[in-house]
Design a binder for this molecule. Sequence first.
Ligand code: GAL
Length: 501
Amino acid sequence: MIKSVRPYQDEPLTYGKFPDGFAWGLATSSYQIEGAWNEDGKKESIWDRFVRVEGKIKGGDTGDIACDSYHRWEEDVALVKEIGATHYRFSISWPRILPEGIGAVNQLGVDYYNRLIDALLEAGIQPMATLYHWDFPQCLEDKGGWLNDDVPNGLKNTPQRVLQLSEIGNTVKVKLWITLNEPYIAALVGYEKGIFAPGIQDPGKSAYICGHNMLKAHAKAYRKYKQDFKGQEGKLGISFFTEAAFPASDSEDDVKATNRYMQFTLGWFAHPIFKDGNYPQIMIDQIGEKSKLQGFPQSRLPIFTREERKQLLGSSDFIGLNHYTSKVVSHAVGNHEVVSCAEDRDVKLDYDPTWPNSGSVWLRPVPPGMRMLLNWVKDEYGNLPVYITENGVSDTAGNLDDLHRIYYYKHFINNVLKAITLDGCKVEGYYAWSLMDSFEWTVGYSEKFGVCAVDFADKNRRRTMKSSARFLRRIFADNGFLKDGNPWYDVPDAKHYTGQR
Ligand code: GAL
């Protein structure tokens, strides 16, 4: 077990190579980069609607044009190639390929993804396609969205899309699939707090229903994929929001609270798939008890049928981890008079003041958290194949000499290497978030995560590599950290983001 490290000091780098065939990737998502929000038959997504609600997005920004990748995808492929990534993770906009949510395929939308996939393969880059990265069709939302588990809503649509794609021949070219991106955030921020689209504020209830239907949709998609594409070596998984959690003290209460927090975040979605087809017992117990005290006739956490549990268990070929930051956790009994997911967990969350900062309030870079998390996953779910499907850091200046980002990647990726070589974790790939600056949800274009800059004032959306892209290029080319190789190791660590160019 890795020791708690707060406050931490960076440990010396470990030198060595990643396993042969390790996937080095860059990641993006459709709404954040594509633009062309109403072109070529694409219909409205919940984000297209949400960004038009006054006051929801910083500066009134929208993804209407974004990085214009719908028209500039060739430039994206060229950049991925230039950085030397072996893999590229992108997502498929649901209302672009199925404008009515289900049913008729929009061939122009499908052609776009075919062109992108073909160009990637031609450049020697393996595509990893996410089926759902939050841009849900508005027409399905109008019928209840993820809260409605009836046809033709959420439940049936993920498998439906896999099927549709198969009919047009893409599925065999793409060997790596992600069904859902961070169902935890989609449920909690979209259906509990209403800060993300679709903007529903219904604490303690809707998020659990949304999450429940997402899990069922995921399992259906997996079973359908395995049935229709038997023998095609494709792998299908799911990407989770993850944090590493450090107990605030050595007390039993805080240590227990830390594990409880992990179960209520990662466990909520990973436990049903990788452990026993059901929610973590601690969630079932706590939400059940609190619901009773609150006078609900039954638990606010829905129940899976026996058949659903069977479908869920083992419904993933790998576990995808999106990882950015850590939390310090202490025990704190929630107020049961307040119905909310946050009160259900009985924890208080902090960060350590010694942790560096970034361009986002929620993101404190804690590199050893990466190793800690990978070990937690190994101990909890067994040594499954892991893909880190997102990892990265923001700033607001957007400077090209982004040394704070080099600090972040250097130490986070080195902790992945430690987890593999020293702890025996089975990590098979790593995707940096993100290929380029893009529409960062409610903060618009103000927080930048790209290793390439995008000039949003330029109608051509000119892309420029930052120093961090060159740093990654070297890591990717070396397939690791070679002692006498990478000139970037000598760049002094700039861990604190100063906000200055
Ligand atoms: C993830 C999300 C990405 C990206 C990133 C940085 O949660 O999947 O779309 O925005 O956070 O905030």
